[in-house]
Design a binder for this molecule. Structure first.
Ligand code: BGC
Length: 711
């Protein structure tokens, strides 16, 4: 084994000129290093004012496609740079490199941390072969507005689920340690509150109260850091008036002081420059001044530091100590990843034994099996083995169902639904417009046993900068369901989408499955489920509203002073005149072919002392002939506190397997930590008195018991 070099980071730091130090905080795209900047770099890229000197002092690279490119860039860089500190390569590996796994919102639906860890582990194994060292993942932003396109990249609306999923993903990327081969170093993003943008419009204003920030939004980032994320990306948005890129409350008070984290901070793509558009700096010099003072280390695709930091320091406006600390963090990361020892770490020119292997594709399918969510089933599923199918809709024969942020995933490699269902399909048409279906079409359709409608949003309708105000199925696709009526056949809707949709107008379908975007093996995984080879077990990580007017809608809201009650006088209460308050499909909801019954809930005591552990248990019975998996969810309600507390909050869940006609006892331990919350100053509090514990199959179907917290 190669002996590790002795690396003295302070000595390296001391040997750097000011310009070289500042360079370590610059991240730019790979082409700058290998193209002729005078001839080939044009348009707005020129505004970065990069020259040969700045480029060959840069510290990191944004995005790289292959080992060949990485080797070329690093070789050229090392040959030209004086200090020869290797570049670190960062990229967006969101749900796979070449083998694509389900999108994060689908992974969250699995409620299965082991699978999430596995997807990240395999992604890291593949992506590291391109010489990528850091991935801009997980996205730990809570999503409470389905209009926001980036719902697809996160883990939904709940802080505990998101925290556990973010940590599971981090664990998978890191594997045995970031110094090892086949690993990625995670960069959790977007700090903070990016998912709470006004109106669900991407990049828009975010205002979050401290109580909500501490109890909801900040938790998943913290969880990712605790699990080993070594970087954290500042969000594009303003948080309570201050752009996150220059937000010292977030980058210093919370991150460094409260959480004691030494994670490297990085802006989002040209986030520094955007501070000017936010109106919080008049020019790039002021941005540089504010950013370094607020605790921003690396600038992604902005050059305010390389243009101004030296002058700011020379003029005594910025303490060089701030620069040194930031550079030290970057150097330490490089050392810990091991690129001082091997600047080409990871890069494998022939990756054929590692990427897209049969084993990885099989794993991708197994993860997909647990990531889809059955929303409705009036007995039509599972289909009979000899079932004849009419397959209708825009995604009937599409290979474009692997999901957004699949840069390196080749869509053409993976099969469409039609291709995997070929032996069953007697009619297939991808037209979205019902008028395009003729009488002779209907005559053939009538010969089928069932119609499968493959509907949804193209993957281009979700993701960054893809917000929508209308979250119905696009192009009036729901109208296609009339074909089921005309032909008097049972129907199954398979949905491909990256956000909750309003689904009122497809309720006449006999069955509905939320497939999200399931990655490379989408079609096969769906086939396994609809034919009953796999029993669906996903649960929704986010509420599905009935209409856009209900947004924001999430299960863990506060009570109002005039709540809507089941049997009371409901005139002057908190309600809509034209819609129920509840979502169409609630958080935690998802059906199985099994029929799970919850009974005999017990608490180990009715009074819990502060240092007691209370055990809550329930019996889950599988009253069906199908072996199945069930996510047992535990929620609490703190009845009286110093501040109004949510009507219910998920504090734990367990995914269990229960064989046909068998039962399982599920136990949860509840300690004071589960009952505590943050006040508006960020201090942890608890309240003596009454608590309810709810254990159930979703946030609306559960058993309840009460206990009292006593001194
Ligand atoms: C996105 C980030 C991403 C970055 C680098 C930005 O536009 O907001 O999530 O990591 O680009 O690609």
């Amino acid at each position: 084994m190669q002996k590790k070099k002795e690396i003295d980071l302070n000595q390296i730091l001391n040997n750097l000129t000011m310009k070289e130090k500042i360079g370590q905080l610059l991240q730019i795209a790979p082409f700058y290093f290998i193209r002729n900047i005078d001839v080939e770099i044009f348009g707005w890229l020129r505004e970065l004012n990069l020259n040969e000197e700045k480029i060959f002092n840069a510290g990191s690279v944004l995005g790289i496609g292959s080992a060949k490119d990485m080797i070329e860039v690093q070789t050229k860089y090392l040959s030209k740079s004086r200090h020869k500190i290797p570049l670190i390569f960062m990229a967006d590996i969101i749900h796979g490199y070449k083998t694509i796994f389900p999108v994060p919102i689908a992974l969250a639906s699995s409620f299965n941390e082991e699978l999430v860890t596995l997807s990240a582990r395999l992604s890291a194994e593949e992506a590291s072969t391109a010489g990528i060292h850091v991935t801009f993942s997980p996205m730990a932003d809570l999503s409470r507005d389905p209009r926001w396109g980036r719902v697809v990249e996160g883990f939904g609306e709940d802080p505990v689920l998101s925290s556990r999923m973010a940590a599971a993903m981090v664990k998978g990327y890191i594997g045995e340690g970031i110094d090892k081969e086949y690993t990625l170093t995670p960069c959790v993003k977007h700090f903070a509150g990016y998912g709470a943008c006004d109106g669900g419009r991407d990049y828009n204003t975010v205002n979050i109260s401290n109580v909500d920030l501490f109890n909801m939004h900040l938790k998943p980032y913290k969880s990712a850091l605790d699990a080993g994320s070594r970087l954290i990306m500042a969000a594009f948005n303003t948080l309570n008036g201050i752009p996150c890129t220059v937000n010292s409350f977030l980058l210093k008070n919370i991150l460094r002081d409260k959480w004691q984290s030494d994670a490297v901070t990085i802006s989002d793509y040209d986030g520094s420059k955007q501070v000017i558009a936010h109106g919080v700096a008049k020019d790039t010099e002021e941005v540089a001044y504010k950013a370094i003072k607020s605790g921003l280390d690396i600038e992604m695709q902005s050059t305010t530091y390389s243009s101004h930091l030296e002058t700011l320091i020379d003029n005594g406006l910025v303490d060089v100590k701030l620069l040194d600390e930031a550079v030290y963090r970057v150097l330490k990361l490089k050392k810990d990843i091991g690129i001082f020892d091997n600047p080409f770490k990871g890069a494998v020119l022939d990756d054929s034994k590692i990427v897209l292997t049969e084993d990885k594709l099989l794993r991708s399918k197994q993860i997909a099996h647990e990531s889809l969510v059955m929303l409705k089933n009036d007995g039509v599923l599972p289909l009979k083995k000899d079932c004849k199918i009419a397959l209708i809709g825009p995604y009937a024969d599409s290979r474009n169902i692997i999901g957004p942020w699949s840069w390196h995933g080749k869509r053409d490699l993976h099969e469409s639904l039609y291709e995997v269902l070929l032996n069953h399909v007697i009619f297939m048409k991808t037209e979205e417009d019902i008028c395009k279906y003729s009488d002779s079409d209907i005559d053939i359709i009538k010969k089928a046993d069932v119609i499968l409608f493959a509907l949804g949003e193209s993957d281009w309708l979700s993701g960054e900068a893809h917000s929508r105000t209308d979250i119905n199925l696009p192009n009036n696709q729901a109208k296609l369901l009339e074909i089921a009526n005309i032909s008097k056949l049972k129907s199954v809707v398979l949905l491909f989408n990256g956000r909750p949709l309003t689904l009122n107008n497809i309720q006449k379908a006999d069955s509905i499955i939320e497939c999200w975007f399931l990655g490379s093996k989408s079609s096969e995984a769906i086939k396994d489920v609809i034919f009953g080879n796999i029993n669906p077990s996903g649960k929704l990580p986010i509420s599905f509203p009935r209409n856009v007017g209900q947004i924001p809608i999430y299960y863990n809201h506060l009570n109002t002073g005039r709540p809507l009650t089941k049997n009371g006088n409901n005139e002057y209460v908190s309600k809509y005149l034209d819609s129920p308050n509840e979502p169409l499909y609630p958080f935690g909801y998802g059906l199985s072919y099994s029929n799970f019954e919850y009974k005999d809930m017990k608490l180990s005591k009715t009074k819990m002392k502060l240092n007691d552990v209370l055990v809550a248990q329930v019996e889950v019975v599988n009253n069906s002939k199908y072996n199945g998996k069930e996510t047992v969810q535990l929620y609490i309600k703190d009845h009286f506190a110093e501040i109004s507390r949510p009507v219910m909050e998920l504090i734990a869940f367990k995914k269990i397997q229960v064989e046909a006609y068998q039962r399982a006892i599920v136990k949860f331990k509840i300690s004071i930590n589960d009952l505590m919350y943050f006040d508006s100053l960020g201090n942890k509090k608890y309240d003596l008195g009454k608590f309810s514990v709810m254990i159930g199959t979703s946030s609306v179907e559960y058993l309840v018991k009460e206990f009292e917290l006593v001194e």
